[in-house]
Design a protein around this ligand. Structure first.
Ligand code: MN
Ligand code: MN
Length: 466
């Protein structure tokens, strides 16, 4: 009998799928529609504090109530817990006892940006500046000559807290970092991209108009703080107890004639936070309890008491377990987690850093990253074959568009996520997320089909892993 090799190829060979070739028209339409509120979420969530507020508002609308350790909860109950305004945990209780394990989806809501130094304000040559210290991994040269917006919170010594956002409204002014003109830039242009703009030179121009008194030597600086004082009631010293940050000004926008992609600041990692939220809102009668944690500080190594290297999430789960009368260690041991974070999409402009077979591609769906780490998987938690099989089964049973991916070539790439901090508690964990073009640039790009696939995948994880 002659072998039908076409049939055999279909059965035996794996082929990555492009959603525009495989998804039904109706589903493509759903994916595009899903991304409209995602764009609004991005615009409202430029810092972790703003992301917590936006997420909490959505959660309350979806029927979540503040967690009360004195209450006992039953299947279908929905609670939230906010840690210091910078991280939020949402729980939907399943039918099974907690010691059957929890399905976690964890994403981070901090993004690379320019934070103000503690003594940020100075005047030089009749111009006033805010001096910054960048947060997270940035290519410094990308941040000059961009319209920047100021976001953050100032806490005065009397405890009063003032939220500040300037630069997002069309009528607002923006802020700006200068760069050298090419005519005088010959020496600068000889430097590497890493050296051309130094961290210390990321000084943001905030004004040039002095107060009307020539006796005042730093009149431009005084005018700047005078205006802030009139609007926000703050003094220069109040900037010492502040978290103010510069981010690119402006809203998320569609890319391309076909509008298939979205350009925005901070896709990493709101592009996984938002689908996680929608998945826990939309999941039906689940067996295992579902938990979404949107955490802070991932971009600087997850340290600090709002990052995942702190115990706040695990202590919360311990408290949940104790109030449900079960052993927390049993809960952890039987739990599974998707560490929902982005991966680098294959970029044809830079083929030298990617290995084609093991890269993720835009429009090919949610990317599963078995291990991250750099140079010999160092620093990675490396998901088990058993857990990978469960994930594959869950995604395939719901027709989720998904793919496998590593971050760059073996000796080139690498990066960390929160996965290892979860694995520490003996929880099965794997990285899943959305492929991003120009990750960590002031404006990043993602595909709408991939954002929607992240939602479908996390929903499948909550509903199918029993
Ligand atoms: Mn990330
Ligand atoms: Mn990142």
């Amino acid at each position: 009998m002659k072998t039908d090799y076409e049939k055999l190829e279909k059965e035996l060979i794996y082929k990555r799928k492009n959603g525009f070739r495989t998804m039904a028209k109706k589903e493509i339409k759903e994916a595009f529609a899903f991304c409209e509120p995602y764009k609004s979420y991005l615009d409202a969530s430029k810092t972790e504090r703003e992301a917590v507020k936006a997420s909490l508002a959505l959660a309350i609308k979806a029927g979540f109530e503040e967690w009360d350790e004195k209450k006992t909860y039953k299947a279908g109950d929905k609670v939230y817990y906010v840690n210091r305004g910078k991280a939020i945990i949402l729980v939907k209780f399943g039918k099974n006892s907690l010691d059957n394990g929890i399905n976690f989806s964890i994403a981070h809501i901090d993004s690379p940006r320019l934070d103000l130094k503690p003594n940020p304000l100075y005047e030089s040559e009749n111009m006033a500046f805010f001096d910054t210290h960048y947060y997270g991994g940035i290519k410094k040269y990308q941040w000059v000559t961009l319209p920047l917006a100021l976001h953050g919170t100032v806490v005065k010594t009397n405890g009063e807290s003032v939220d500040i956002t300037v630069g997002e409204d069309e009528k607002d002014p923006i802020f700006y970092i200068t760069d050298l003109l090419p005519h005088l830039g010959a020496d600068q242009m000889k430097k590497t991209l890493g050296e051309g703009i130094s961290g210390e030179s990321l000084n943001v121009l905030i004004g040039s108009m002095p107060v009307e008194d020539e006796k005042i030597s730093n009149g431009v600086k005084l005018r700047a703080i005078q205006l802030m004082n009139e609007k926000y009631g703050i003094t220069e010293a109040d900037l010492m107890s502040a978290e103010l940050t510069f981010v690119p000004a402006g809203n998320a926008r569609d890319i391309g004639f076909d509008r298939s992609l979205i350009a925005s600041y901070g896709h990493d990692d709101r592009v996984c936070a938002y689908p996680s939220l929608k998945a826990i809102f939309d999941c039906g009668d689940i067996d295992r309890t579902a938990l979404v944690c949107l955490t802070d500080k991932e971009e600087i190594g997850s340290l600090g008491n709002t990052g995942l290297d702190s115990n706040y999430l695990f202590d919360f789960v311990e408290d949940l377990s104790v109030s449900a009368g079960v052993n927390p260690r049993g809960v952890f041991r039987n739990s599974r987690c998707v560490s929902a974070d982005v991966n680098a999409a294959y970029d044809p402009a830079f083929p030298e850093v990617y290995e084609k077979n093991n890269s993720s591609y835009i429009n090919c769906g949610l990317v599963v990253t078995k291990y991250t780490g750099a140079r010999g998987k160092s620093g990675s938690s490396d998901a088990s074959a058993e857990f990978m099989a469960e994930i594959r089964r869950a995604f395939d049973s719901r027709d989720v568009l998904w793919q496998m991916g590593e971050l760059g070539k073996v000796d080139v790439g690498g990066g960390g996520t929160v996965a290892k901090y979860v694995a520490k508690f003996n929880i099965d964990v794997v990285d899943v997320g959305v492929p991003v073009l120009s990750m960590h640039a002031p404006v990043e790009a993602v595909s709408k089909l991939d954002v929607y696939s992240a939602y479908k995948g996390i929903l499948a994880f909550f509903e199918e892993l029993k």
